[in-house]
Every structure is written in C-alpha cells, then in structure tokens.
Design a binder for this molecule. Structure first.
Ligand code: HEM
Length: 154
C-alpha cells in the first residue's frame, strides 16, 4: 500500500505541474489579450484544482503510512534537527498544503468573479504563487533540500 501510494504521489506530481503550467499560460494569454473566459478556460480552472486535491489526498495517505514520518515523530525532539526528516515531516507538508489552499481559493474566487479579466487575473496570480511554492517543496534530484527520483514506476 505505502509503496503504491508513494509511486502514485510521485507520478501525480507531473500532472499537478503540467495542469498548473497550462492554466497559468491560458490565464496569461487571456488576461493580456483581454479575451473571453471560455468554456475550456473554466474546465482548465476546475481540473487544475481537482488534480491538486487528488495529490493532497495521496500526500495525506503517504504521510500517515510513511515509515520515515513515523520514525520522525517517534523522537521528534531529537530528530527535528535532522533536515532530511524535517523536510518531509514539516517543510514539504506545510508548503504543499499552503499551495493547495491557494489553488483552491484561486479557483473558487475566479469562478465568482464577474468579468473575464478579473477571472484571468485571479487565476494568474493565485496559481503562479502556488506553482512557485510547489517547485520549492518538490524533492527534486538536484534539490539542496531533499532529493528523490524524477519519477517512480510500479
Ligand atoms: C501539489 C502537492 C504535492 C506535490 C507536487 C508533492 C510531491 C512529492 C514528491 C515528488 C515526493 C517524492 C516522491 C518520491 O519519493 O519519489 C513527495 C514525497 C512525499 N510527500 Fe508530497 N507532494 C505534494 C503534497 C503533499 C502533501 C499535501 C503531503 C502531506 C499531507 C505530502 C507528503 C509527502 C510525504 C510524507 C512524502 C515522503 C514519503 C516517504 O518517502 O515516505 N505531499 N511528494
């Protein structure tokens, strides 16, 4: 179960990044060209948030199943200084939750906005900040914070 969820979590990271990139690109194009907020723009807004929520669910599952997290909290006072454990125990968790909250609020606010310009601007700002947070909190193989493979396979 744990290794399956971890692999799904690793793979889904690419869907999160791809959907965010596409949503930000469409919002930038729509905002700068003052175009209408189309049916597809609305679908992209919605599916980007849905994909982030699936990744959140996978993240919570891997968090409660992870032997690393269990070990971390078994002796928190002594292990909090171990950055690699604190990365997954706190840093990754808090930044990713923050990013997903921004995507959720951005999606809901854009839906309620009256004009296309306001909708595009809301998505552009909220999804871009979330994108930067996610890039920082992903344990890339080259990351000085914590490194993991680009992708896991079953
Ligand atoms: C957009 C949101 C997120 C992205 C893109 C993301 C991405 C990743 C990636 C790429 C890894 C490394 C997987 C590997 O070892 O190959 C990882 C590990 C992990 N993630 Fe996330 N994550 C996100 C949200 C979350 C959330 C919200 C939580 C907790 C509630 C979480 C908990 C964890 C844990 C505990 C690990 C390490 C598990 C272990 O090695 O035992 N993630 N995440």
């Amino acid at each position: 179960m744990y290794s399956t969820v971890l692999t799904l979590h690793s793979i889904f990271r690419w869907l999160v990044l791809l959907s965010l990139c596409y949503a930000i690109f469409r919002a930038y194009k729509g905002y700068t060209s003052k175009s209408d907020f189309s049916f597809l723009d609305n679908k992209v807004r919605h599916w980007t948030a849905t994909i982030a929520h699936v990744q959140l669910t996978l993240g919570i599952l891997v968090y409660v199943k992870s032997p690393i997290i269990k070990y971390y909290f078994s002796d928190f006072k002594n292990l909090v200084a171990n950055w690699n454990l604190t990365f997954f125990g706190l840093f990754h968790f808090i930044l990713m939750i923050g990013a997903i909250v921004l995507i959720t609020i951005g999606s809901a606010k854009a839906k309620r906005k009256k004009t296309a310009t306001e909708k595009f601007r809301t998505i552009l700002v909220m999804y871009s900040i979330a994108f930067v947070l996610i890039l920082i909190a992903i344990p890339w193989p080259f990351s000085p914070l914590a490194s993991r493979p680009y992708i896991r396979t079953f």
